[in-house]
Design a protein around this ligand. Structure first.
Ligand code: ZN
Length: 185
């Protein structure tokens, strides 16, 4: 069975399992549609953050660079339901900067797969550390999880906030404060 066939078959079984008629008109194409959709939603698994962040520019600049409000959509691995929100990335260059759109693409690499918000936040920070070798990086993610707001404890609008601090951001509370001020917190 190919990977595509596995997804189609699994969706058919899911439909049957919840008591649906998988052959009725509205559902007939659903396994196909979902199989194609997963190619996109989990496309980050085939992408490489190193490639995305490979085109760097030399700089003398050592001031904090902040790219904020990067919108992302991911899916929690516990429920395969969406979680979505914004990622903010700050780093202190040490000779290298990257085009700002590349940071957004780096977020896509880790968002487009089954994820945990904490892990995604950390993976983004690690990728920036590894490929830009900055003095430090700080990543803050705020997201709404549909597994918390449309089911279970149902707290609409509640946000989960996670952050990762690497390099000089780890110990330097004044630097972390500056990051939060630049974010407007
Ligand atoms: Zn979940």
């Amino acid at each position: 069975m190919t990977d595509q066939e596995k997804i189609r078959e699994a969706v058919r079984l899911l439909l049957e399992g919840i008591g649906e008629d998988a052959d009725r008109e509205g559902l007939r194409e659903t396994p196909d549609r979902i199989e194609r959709m997963y190619g996109e939603l989990c496309g980050g698994m085939d992408a490489d953050a190193g490639e995305v962040l490979s085109k760097t520019f030399t700089t003398e600049k050592t001031e904090m660079v902040l790219e904020k409000d990067i919108v992302f959509y991911s899916m929690c691995e516990h429920h395969i339901l969406p979680f979505f929100g914004k990622v903010h990335i700050a780093y202190i260059p040490d000779g290298k900067v990257v085009g700002l759109s590349k940071l957004a693409r780096c977020v896509e690499v880790y968002a487009k797969r089954l994820q945990l918000q904490e892990r995604m936040t950390d993976q983004i920070a690690e990728a920036v550390m590894e490929h830009l070798s900055p003095k430090g990086v700080m990543v803050l993610t705020e997201a709404e999880h549909l597994c918390m707001t449309m089911r279970g404890i149902k707290k609409p609008g509640s946000k989960t906030v996670t952050y990762a601090a690497k390099g000089v951001f780890r110990e330097d509370m004044a630097l972390q404060d500056k990051f939060f001020r630049m974010l407007g917190r």
